[in-house]
Design a protein around this ligand. Sequence first.
Ligand code: NAP
Length: 347
Amino acid sequence: MGGNLQVRLVRYPRGIPRRDDFDIVEAARPEPGPGEVLLRTLYLSLDPYVRTWMLAPDSHVPHNASLDLGDVVIGRGVSEVLESRRGDLAVGDVVVGETGWQAYSISDGSDLRPVREASTPSTALGVLGMPGFTGWAGLRFVGRPEPGNTVVVSAASGAVGSLVGQLARLQGCRAVGIAGAPEKCRFVEEELGFAACASHRSSTLGADLSRACPDGIDVYFDNVGGDVLAAVLPLLNPRARVVVCGRISLLNEQELPQGVDRSGVLLGSILTRRLTVQGFVWPDFADHFDEFLDEVTPLVAARQVRFREDVVEGLEQVPTAFGRLFEGSNFGKLVVHLADPEAGSLR
Ligand code: NAP
């Protein structure tokens, strides 16, 4: 067994993260201490939120924490237990948790959960993992759609958005997506079964959405913010709910965007149409994770819920692949395949 290949942040990105913002180093393979396990990463998840950890500490954009230069980048992964000094985890178990962007990691077990599905462990990072859970919980607890409602979701072909629209459709709602490229819009309509999908690349997004939502919008699940939110705002019905889940269009800004101040329009809309606009962060609802799996796993197995993955081969690709999330050139949940289980047993 070789050393531990790691991706480290060496420069705070300006704009979309690029190859030179990262270094790939081979560190010594870590040794588990008492109560710990050694994990070998099988699949790594590339997620938009990781970009917020790469903001320079002096950034004026609101964010929680920053990595120090030289740190291994944070991230979730599916791993196989290679060595265990814990009674509840055995060699060969396949688990999902916070591995970081590296080939081997150590865990005390507190962040780990067994991967249930035998066939495709990568789904534990997508449709049956944190992004899927985000869509399910954000829709259920914040969006609260009722049959007959129109539910609009942005980044609709992606890991979160694709589940939001499909669940809304299964609940008897009119699901309308917003995506970028024409092939993504086609996928959203034809494969995922949304009633319509508008492209945010079109100069007529507002009019296109208006046509797609003849009865207005009752729930907007916002993954994007910025211009897309501005296009949705005039179409929101009285007492509509806005799930503020993500702001990917703004994640590469080092400073708050300059230009027309839209806060008056936003607050005016909230006031006159009695909107509920609520921030959503998935860990607040983590107690419901098993309920989510119990409900969505059979839907995926029966292909009532479809999903798409964009699989990149090898940790070496991570520094260039990560930026694709912000260019829209990923098509489906972006995961990196590092290895296959050696002695793997999924339970
Ligand atoms: P994803 O949709 O699989 O990939 C990101 C997509 O965002 C891109 O493919 C692109 O799709 C779209 N995008 C990127 N830049 C854009 C821009 N400037 N304007 C419009 N669209 C843009 O990613 P995901 O993992 O499902 O995440 C979706 C959102 O959910 C992100 O904002 C993420 O931060 C958020 N999220 C929040 C939580 C939470 O707990 N609050 C948890 C997980 C994820 P198009 O090509 O269609 O534009």
